[in-house]
Design a protein. Structure first.
Length: 234
């Protein structure tokens, strides 16, 4: 992990509180100047970081730029974060996931985009995907599932709804026919589950779970981390 990523993870874990330069230097075994450079790189990338003499650095509670170190800081299993790739823009994360599979790039099985230009919902409907939302596709192979069971769309919907409720303290409603999730009758999440299979045998080679969440006031990196972990527990 680079010094910049390590500093970001430390700031994310202590969001809203100061982290001393001394602790950052000790944790990364680098110079004070290296920490200063890392913080300035993060500021240029859009992170809202305060610097106060004798206190250190503090990531604003409102700063929420989607990044792998920030997502990783909320994960219990850090190895999952190694599977993530983040794009500023894609046509759709499900499409990007399929292209990765065609190219046999199995290392990056969690695709995240800050915006989609051609997001797709059920029945090939357009899914509006401006910056500010959460757009993820997770590739799951059958051998990753417990006892070789088949993945059901309903179980995915329940898992995501449970995560949203846990993090927002708001009651959700899951439309089981479409896997759309609502809060107070307002749609906050759409889920599109696809799979790739052998045409002759019908054996499923992988599932592609596309999740789009658009809610105000949520901590995106935290939500992404917990949604991914919940899916991995299915």
């Amino acid at each position: 992990m680079s010094t910049k990523d390590s500093v970001l993870e430390m700031l994310e874990k202590n969001r809203g509180h100061f982290v001393s330069s001394k602790d950052m230097i000790s944790e990364n075994d680098v110079s004070r100047n290296a920490i200063w450079k890392a913080v300035n790189e993060l500021k240029k990338a859009g992170y809202d970081i305060d610097a106060v003499t004798n206190k250190g650095y503090r990531l604003s509670a409102d700063s929420d730029v989607i990044s792998i170190p920030s997502i990783s800081s909320y994960m219990n299993d850090k190895e999952i974060a190694d599977k993530i790739i983040i794009y500023d823009e894609v046509t759709s994360t499900n499409q990007a996931a399929k292209l990765s599979l065609i190219m046999e790039d199995y290392d990056k099985s969690i695709i995240i985009a800050r915006r989609q230009t051609a997001g797709v919902g059920h029945s090939s409907s357009h899914y509006d995907s401006p910056e500010g939302g959460i757009y993820i596709s997770i590739v799951i192979k059958p051998e990753q599932l417990y006892h070789g069971k088949k993945l059901k769309a309903e179980s995915i919907g329940k898992a995501v709804a449970h995560t949203i409720e846990k993090l927002t303290y708001k009651k959700t409603e899951l439309d089981r026919s479409t896997n759309r999730i609502y809060i107070n009758k307002k749609k906050v999440c759409g889920i599109l589950t696809e799979y790739m299979a052998d045409l002759e045998t019908g054996n499923i080679s992988c599932y592609i779970i596309g999740i789009g969440i658009k809610m105000k006031g949520i901590r995106k990196n935290l939500m992404i981390a917990k949604v991914i972990e919940e899916i991995y527990r299915l």
